[in-house]
Write a protein of this length. Structure first.
Length: 287
């Protein structure tokens, strides 16, 4: 079966309700292609999302999925992966969902290094709630609730991940379909927590961080001599502040996932004694 056929298998019949031109379309397509090209199957894949424009992505992809609550997608994904290590777990989120209310979970998910991937659709705004400043918005970004800007420096997700001890840090651009797919694929194949921050422009509420802006300012690390295995080079690029880099900024090729360190290899999804008849069958069917 070709990767293109498998890509189609990951598409559900539910049509996305995103605004026409939303960067999330490209982000999701790359996620599906990456899963297909790494040999995964919808029946062996679990997609988790929180709240925001990214929240319903599990409805748009044909696999097991859970639409959780704001900022809590990562602990759900970690729980599912540890319950059944054979699952391919991919968590999707947004910059508000992941780096505001979910920031604490993000830091500890990075530290734990469970073998899963996390793709953040970073549009630098709260799109679902009609255009408020998000943690990654520019300091002078004017919105209806911040008419003079947030007056706070934006969160740097890559720096946050690096400082927490991440073993895989990457950034992509939803409009660059080929590179985005390659980068997400690398995160899926990584032995540990694969973090990808994806520039995913909001065409409705963010007229600053547009497709044109990113095309003009992005530099692809694949076209440089960047050594992804060197944390000092990663730190330099992440903190530079004058470029929007895409590619794998850092990867620890000696990464050992939490499950392997702790010896978690078998399905732990067990129903305690006294559970209703048939409950275990339902759990086995799900996992």
């Amino acid at each position: 079966m070709s990767s293109e056929t498998r890509f189609i298998d990951f598409k559900s019949d539910t049509q996305p309700t995103w605004c026409p031109g939303c960067g999330d379309f490209g982000t999701m397509n790359g996620m599906m292609k990456a899963l297909a090209e790494t040999g995964n199957h919808p029946d062996e894949t679990f997609i988790v999302a929180g709240i925001g424009c990214s929240g319903k992505i599990g409805s748009y992809m044909h696999s097991y999925a859970l639409h959780g609550v704001h900022g809590r997608a990562l602990p759900v994904g970690i729980g599912a992966k540890l319950a059944n290590p054979e699952l391919e777990v991919m968590v999707a989120g947004g910059d508000g969902d992941g780096f505001s209310i979910g920031a604490g979970h993000f830091v500890h998910a990075v530290r734990r290094n469970v073998d899963m991937s996390y793709v953040v659709m970073d549009n630098r705004i709260y799109g679902l709630t009609k255009g408020q400043a998000s943690p990654t918005s520019r300091e002078d970004f004017e919105t209806s609730t911040t008419p003079e800007g947030p007056n706070m420096p934006p969160v740097n997700p890559l720096a946050l991940a690096l400082s927490a001890g991440a073993t895989f840090i990457a950034q992509s651009f939803s409009s660059d379909a080929k590179r985005h797919t390659e980068i997400v694929k690398a995160a899926v194949e990584h032995d540990g927590f694969g973090f990808v921050n994806c520039y995913s422009p909001c065409v409705t509420f963010n007229d600053v961080d547009t497709y044109d802006y990113f095309r003009d300012t992005i530099e692809d690390l694949a076209e440089t001599d960047h050594n992804r295995n060197d944390p000092s080079q990663a730190r330099e690029k992440i903190l530079a502040g004058d470029k929007e880099y895409i590619g794998v900024l850092y990867q620890d090729e000696n990464s050992v996932p939490w499950e392997e360190r702790e010896g978690v290899t078998e399905n732990m999804a067990e129903i305690p004694d006294g559970a209703p008849d048939g409950a275990m069958d339902l759990v086995r069917e799900f996992y």
